[in-house]
Each structure stands twice: as C-alpha cells, then as structure tokens.
Design a binder for this molecule. Structure first.
Ligand code: NI
Length: 136
C-alpha cells in the first residue's frame, strides 16, 4: 500500500480551560507547537489500540535484581533460553556489588509478552521491573 503522507489541516474546537491546560502540558514536555503534540497523542493512541488487539509488537523489559541470589540468576537465564525466539537482545549492567540491571528487548504478541514478563517480576529478588510495549 502506498503511504499517504499528504498533510491535511483541520480545525479543533474545545473549551478555553481545556486548551490552556493542554498548552501548559505540552510546554512542560518541550513541544514548540500544538500540531506536533496532537500528532504524537494520536500516534500513541494508535499504538495502544494495536497492542490491545494483540498485534505483534516490541517489548522493552527492564528490571533490577539481587545478584547475590545465585538461584535467581539461574532462573533468569533459564527464562531467556526458554523464550529465545522472542528475545532480540539483552543488556546486562552490574550496578554495584550486589545489584544488576537487565534490559531485554523482545518481540511478540502483547498478551504473550505481558504474561511471560509478569512471571519474571514475581521472582523473589526482582525489583523495579517494567515492560514497555511499542509498535509501528
Ligand atoms: Ni551483573
């Protein structure tokens, strides 16, 4: 399908109060004009919808864990081998003597990614875990 990149202008009506809040918000986020902020909001919603529909997406899974728990490190390695077909890359950072940060980039259906990463988050010694889903 040929992409339609033609720019279309359209008018938006809203209450003054709502617009003031919106302007304040986008200013804080560093936008210099409303159009780009609105385009980003729409893109964000479209990604959310794709994810709800369980379409293929990417997952950025990050967590901190207790390196001193040897059995945990083994469980985390087993997890990655078990799901090797969904894992694109892994970055490991030794934070300090006792803690590690791991960032795993994954590919798959949103529901599956949520399910398998929730399991990791339930492991004892895994902290501050977060899965961010994104799609084109
Ligand atoms: Ni480490």
């Amino acid at each position: 399908m040929k992409e339609n990149k033609q720019i279309v202008r359209f008018g938006v009506s809203m209450e003054n109060e709502l617009l003031e809040k919106f302007d304040k918000l986008i200013h804080q986020k560093g936008y210099t004009n409303r159009s780009e902020a609105i385009r980003d909001l729409i893109r964000e919603k479209l990604v959310e919808q794709a994810i709800e529909k369980d379409q293929p997406c990417f997952g950025i899974f990050s967590f901190i864990y207790d390196h001193t728990k040897r059995e945990l490190e083994e469980k985390l390695t087993d997890f990655q081998h078990e799901h090797f077909n969904m894992i694109i890359s892994t970055t490991h950072i030794h934070i300090d003597k006792d803690h590690c940060l791991e960032v795993i980039i994954m590919k798959g259906k949103a529901g599956e990614l949520k399910k398998i990463t929730d399991k990791v988050l339930s492991f004892k010694g895994v902290e501050n875990g977060k899965l961010v889903l994104t799609a084109v």
